[in-house]
Design a protein around this ligand. Structure first.
Ligand code: SF4
Length: 369
């Protein structure tokens, strides 16, 4: 990755610091850009009379805004870089700083994958759903089927999404893809998302049944895994850093679904649960946690509410409970569960384990709206 091709848009921040005559500003930078943090601190301090404190804890999203703990240090403004504003209030004045990457790869390498995926979408469009009783065995098979669990589509459009540093290119890519015959939709999601085509690891709310397959503009498989788990739709990836194209394989998604299935089954006999509540402003789902506690108790089991800012095996494994239910960042349960000694499941998975949700409804991704 050529870091010099990132553009950090500091102008609005500098104007705001000058206008408010801020003296102490906290800078929050995502993990991938921390190497550039000191350079940015220099450049803000050179252009203003503010002193900058780097909020150096790990930061993976705008859900994790610096909140009132820094107020006690005298911080007047938070400059949050690389993520967009969410529907949350951290209690601190916050300036969001856009970061864009100018990589502009050709679409040719991804076209053969898109063609295959369009055919999958067309075959699903014509599928007739049978309304019939299912055996327990069939229902469980449907649960771990990456594609079959999704009801028939209404359209075969190509959904075009991306991670935030590439979204400035998304309308240009729409035109390029339309020029080679694709009917392209740029999904617009709910209040947690700020831009058309934006996806987060916990929110794919722009999906619709008119969209039959996806192209993701970005790198890594974090967003692609979530999108395919959520939608069951084929997804191609075009990486602006390398120009490479690949697809998210259904085998990979089915492996994850089988792992989720195993974790749910292993909670069958659990008598006590730790219910994790995230303290980060955009991960805090207290009401959901309380609802899960009521459900657990309704089934004659014990549920203990545990609030944490950071969640890790060393912080929870020792509690004498049989399993944990995670209501903080959904990806902690999905991506990291192998790190924990006890089953770590999502609220939906708990409902399946308690028999309150049926296997035949298919897997439901834990989305934060
Ligand atoms: S996926 Fe997790 S870390 Fe990322 S925005 Fe959502 S809650 Fe935050």
């Amino acid at each position: 990755m050529d870091m010099n091709r990132h553009e950090f848009q500091l102008d609005d921040l500098i104007e705001r610091i000058k206008a408010n005559d801020n003296r102490l500003v906290a800078l929050q930078v995502p993990e991938g850009l921390k190497m550039q943090a000191l350079e940015m601190m220099d450049s803000i301090e050179e252009d203003t009379s503010a002193r900058i404190i780097l909020a150096a804890d790990p930061c993976y999203g705008a859900c994790d805004l610096v909140h009132d703990k820094m107020q006690r240090m005298g911080v007047e403004l938070v400059a949050h870089m690389g993520h967009s504003q969410m529907n949350i209030d951290s209690g601190m004045p916050t300036e969001f700083i856009n970061v864009t990457y100018d990589g502009d790869p050709a679409i040719d390498p991804v076209l053969p994958i898109l063609e295959q995926h369009r055919r999958i979408a067309e075959s699903r469009l014509s599928r007739v759903e049978e309304d019939r009783e299912m055996s327990e065995e069939e229902a469980k098979e449907l649960f771990v089927d990456a594609v079959g669990r999704i009801s028939p589509l209404k359209g075969t459009k190509l959904g075009l999404v991306g991670s935030i540093q590439h979204l400035h290119l998304i309308f240009e890519y729409k035109e390029r893809l339309e020029a080679v015959g694709y009917d392209v939709e740029i999904p617009v999601g709910g209040a947690r998302l700020s831009f058309p085509g934006q996806v987060l690891g916990c929110n794919y709310s722009g999906d619709s049944d008119e969209i039959g397959h996806y192209l993701f503009l970005g790198s890594g498989d974090f967003h692609p895994i979530g999108l395919v788990l959520h939608t069951g739709k084929p997804l191609a990836m075009l990486d602006p850093y390398t120009g490479g194209a690949e697809e998210m394989s259904f085998e990979r998604i089915e492996r994850i679904l089988r792992q989720r299935f195993g974790l749910i089954m292993s909670c069958d006999e659990a008598e006590s649960f730790g219910i994790l509540i995230g303290e980060k402003p955009g991960q805090m789902r207290r009401n959901l946690a309380l609802r899960m506690k009521r459900k657990i108790e309704k089934h004659g089991k014990k549920g203990y509410l545990l609030a944490l800012e950071h969640i890790g095996p060393e912080l929870i494994d020792f509690y004498p409970v049989d399993a944990f239910v995670n209501t903080a960042c959904p990806r902690i349960a999905i991506d990291d569960s192998v790190r924990y000694a006890k089953p770590l499941i999502t609220p939906f998975e708990l409902e399946v384990a308690l028999g309150e949700k049926k296997w035949e409804l298919g897997y439901k991704f834990d989305e934060i709206p």
